[in-house]
Design a protein around this ligand. Sequence first.
Ligand code: HEM
Length: 417
Amino acid sequence: MNTQAKPTHDQRDWTFQPLAKEFTADPYAAYAELRERDGFHYYPDFNVWIASRYRDVQALALDRRMVRSLEGIASPEELAALQRSINFHDMPYHERFVQVNLLENDGEMHDRLRKHVFRYFTPAGVAGLRGMIQDYVDSLLDSLEDREEIDFVADLASHVPGHIIGRLLGVPDEDCPKLRHWSEEIVRYFDIDRTDANKAIAENATKEFADYMIALKADLEKNPGGNLMSKLLEIEREGGFVGDEYIATTMLILKAGHGSTIDVLGSGMHALLRFPDQMKRLREDPSLVATAVQEMFRYESPLPFFHRYNAEDVEIDGKHFPKGTKFGLLYASANRDPEAFDDPDSFDVGRRPNRHIAFGGGAHFCLGNHLSRLDMEVIFTSLLERFSSIELLEEPDYKPGIQARGPKSMKIALKRA
Ligand code: HEM
């Protein structure tokens, strides 16, 4: 007979510690331990059952009984108590514009909002942006030409995603740098470290961001352009967005892939520097750039962890999980699972097949995956063309935690081709 899932004896002998220094330096050792020990590992700090093996993570992402929001599963009183217990309450802007959006919803609302924006992010939808991305990357590289030493993260990577996604939506160029600041301060609040000081930072950033978007929307209502925010305004006029949905959706698009693209640009550059034979291979055969970029996502998945709740009781591997149990989908661990990838800890710019799940799967599969891959393909092709030598000057430190993975900064030396 199945019993309600409980932490196993094994789990008490070993603790998963995603905030430890050793974890930040090498999370993959802990992920391997998780995969070997137990299919589903109970992690008390998040009150979550973590799936770390590829097949389990993928199955959870594809399972329609697994949802992002507890709405309709827990009562309003239970939901309010949960919000308080995880310190996600008393932050009116965050609750209104960040905690409620298409990523955080399921069913009709999710499908409707996703449908409004989906077509602008298909491969055909983003292909037309290539010229604009190339021009912007060229101008950035021009500005770095005389510098022998740069911080790859601050001087290059951090400028690109905000500028491109901002242009696409209709944010004036001069305001795009603010998007990074707001996105990072808001996203920080999703990690375990929910101090009151971080709460105030996340709430202030959400307020500034939302106020900015409300003012921009008012401008675009008077002077629409050919940008995405103007196109979405037409959908709103036809009743496609109600209440705060327009602002929450545009804020999500502007922030969702922001820090993560910066992070994977940094970790992807770092991987090429750690594996010079792979950098040489890519230089010699630039047509490998698409598989190289996919391998960067697999090797250091920039968004390692997402959650789901089960909308009904489920049995998995003989364990019973009552409705409303929280599951963790450890995409970064799944992407290093030897059962799914040959030699998973090696970085191979020509890896095929490469069925990584760094963009998730199922109903919430990443909307921006084609766009972020396009940004990366342009950057790495241009960098390798323009600079005959790229060297790492000091080993970078990575961000702590399991919500994001990427180097904080990375000093490199460049020599012109
Ligand atoms: C490094 C780049 C990126 C990575 C690794 C990434 C990863 C992900 C993942 C894993 C999910 C699924 C979350 C889940 O399982 O619950 C997701 C969803 C999403 N991503 Fe991305 N993303 C990236 C870039 C972008 C960009 C550039 C955009 C901007 C358009 C974007 C917009 C979204 C949206 C709107 C969703 C929610 C989709 C839904 O709920 O239906 N992402 N992303």
